[in-house]
Design a protein around this ligand. Structure first.
Ligand SMILES: Cc1ncc(COP(=O)(O)O)c(C=O)c1O
Length: 437
């Protein structure tokens, strides 16, 4: 059965005439029959072109932290753009936003940019320029954006392409990447203390950075084991390597100060995007004074026509002002805990082995085993097909997580206790429907 009603189908067919596969990001393509056209969003809900309402747990892959079409954020942007949008000079919005980011996250300095991919690309360049080294370590199943260097052994990579655990292969996720780039990328299994230590001790003179999503935000929210992030910090300190936290998904979501605050480990560079703009395009690279000052004009390039644009900066300034003054994360945390607990109970009662992992504002469900995977290889052993079957039943009933279990459930502050109760009822029905089938 198609997810598309008649209006959605007609619009999507038109989309396909002009836009390759009808989407402007391949992650949005669910096939010709199941790709939706969304008409509007409000608070925790979105409506498709046929007027069908969904409680939204995809939240645009994470950015919507307050809720769709938040009135204060929209008003701040509407007012700001009356006086122009881009000047190729610094604006007061950028100054106010940078001050807030520094206050909330504890970084010393911050540069603005537009997307997560730009932020991680620049962070890697800064790390290379700072250390005068070229290689970097990332972890399997992590996604750091569309930059060629990062498109190896991401969450889209199948198990057979990862190679052996002792000798992982940096496997390209896409066609179109120059073959030799893999020489600069070292992929290791997440939470593997020994593999990181061995690699750093062997190759430290070539390694500019370790870039890590502090929790696997693109692979089911798998958490770092106790002391893993501290271990990375210690190795980076010892061997002069720049530690980059990619907080594009965790920043301004798991705590106002992100993963640095939640896990109590400080990185040298941190990338932010998604939640800071509640859906407006804005991102940031923050970090320690000495490392950030590497972007010296004429020495190390960081630029962008739209970096710090008025719409994005005004939006993010308004979002962070709300985070500073209202219990946004606390509310999301409570709703997320109730959902995780409720889902755990439903799956237990249904006799389906499972693990609910991640943190309440960004959590995931893995099926097929009661043992929590500690890395992406472990995730690939779980029953993704059963998860997808349940997710599709949820979506048919108006509750929308991603159908791919690697993508976590995201929560926004507009989600009410009633929405949580409705979600759990629907979840129970969806599980029953799948068991029956
Ligand atoms: C951890 C992480 N880093 C970077 C990116 C890239 O961000 P963007 O899609 O804004 O370029 C993403 C996107 O999902 C992400 O999850």
């Amino acid at each position: 059965m198609s997810m598309q009603g008649p209006q959605t189908k007609a619009l999507f067919e038109k989309a396909r005439q002009y836009i390759p596969y009808g989407v402007n990001s391949n992650f949005r393509y669910w096939g010709d029959d199941d790709t939706l056209v969304i008409q509007r969003g409000q608070g925790a809900y979105i409506w498709d072109a046929d007027g069908k309402r969904y409680i939204d747990y995809r939240l645009a892959f994470g950015p919507i932290i307050l809720g769709h079409a938040h009135p204060k954020v929209n008003q701040a942007v509407a007012e700001a753009i009356q006086n122009g949008t881009l000047f190729a000079w610094t604006t007061p919005y950028e100054i106010s936003l940078a001050e807030r980011i520094v206050r909330l996250t504890g970084v010393d300095k911050v540069r603005l940019t537009n997307t997560g991919s730009e932020a991680t690309m620049h962070a890697l360049r800064i790390a290379r320029a700072y250390t005068n080294r070229e290689k970097f370590i990332k972890f399997e199943g992590q996604y750091h954006g569309q930059v060629d260097y990062f498109m190896f052994s991401t969450a889209s990579t199948p198990a057979r392409a990862l190679g052996s655990r002792r000798s992982p292969i940096s496997s390209p996720t896409t066609s179109g990447i120059p073959r030799d780039i893999h020489k600069y990328v070292i992929n290791l299994p997440f939470n593997d203390f020994e593999a990181v230590e061995r690699t750093v001790k062997d190759q430290w003179g070539d390694i500019a950075a370790i870039i890590v999503e502090p929790l696997l935000g693109n692979a089911a929210g798998i958490l770092p084991e106790p002391d893993f992030l501290e271990h990375l910090r210690k190795l980076c300190d010892e061997y002069g390597i720049v530690l980059i936290f990619d907080e594009v998904k965790t920043g301004f979501r798991i705590a106002n100060g992100g993963a640095q605050e939640y896990f109590g480990v400080r990185a040298d560079l941190v990338t932010y995007a998604k939640a800071m703009g509640n859906g407006f395009p804005i991102a940031a690279i923050g970090g320690k004074e000495e490392v950030m000052m590497t972007v010296q004009p004429g020495a190390t390039a960081h630029g962008g026509t739209y970096s710090g644009n008025v719409a994005g900066a005004a939006a993010a300034d308004a979002v962070l002002a709300i985070l500073e003054t209202e219990p946004v994360i606390e509310t999301i945390w409570q709703r997320g805990e109730a959902l995780m607990k409720g889902i755990d109970g439903i799956l237990r009662d249904a006799g389906i082995p499972h693990v609910v992992t991640g943190l309440p504002p960004i959590f995931s469900i893995m099926l097929g085993s009661d043992e929590a995977p500690k890395d992406f290889r472990g995730y690939l052993q779980t029953d993704g097909e059963l998860y997808e079957a349940i997710a599709m039943e949820l979506i048919a009933r108006g509750v929308m997580p991603d159908s791919d279990g690697r993508e976590p459930w995201f929560l926004c502050a507009a989600l009410s206790e009633d929405d949580v109760a409705e979600t759990l009822n629907v979840f129970s029905d969806a599980v029953k429907a799948v068991k029956k089938a």
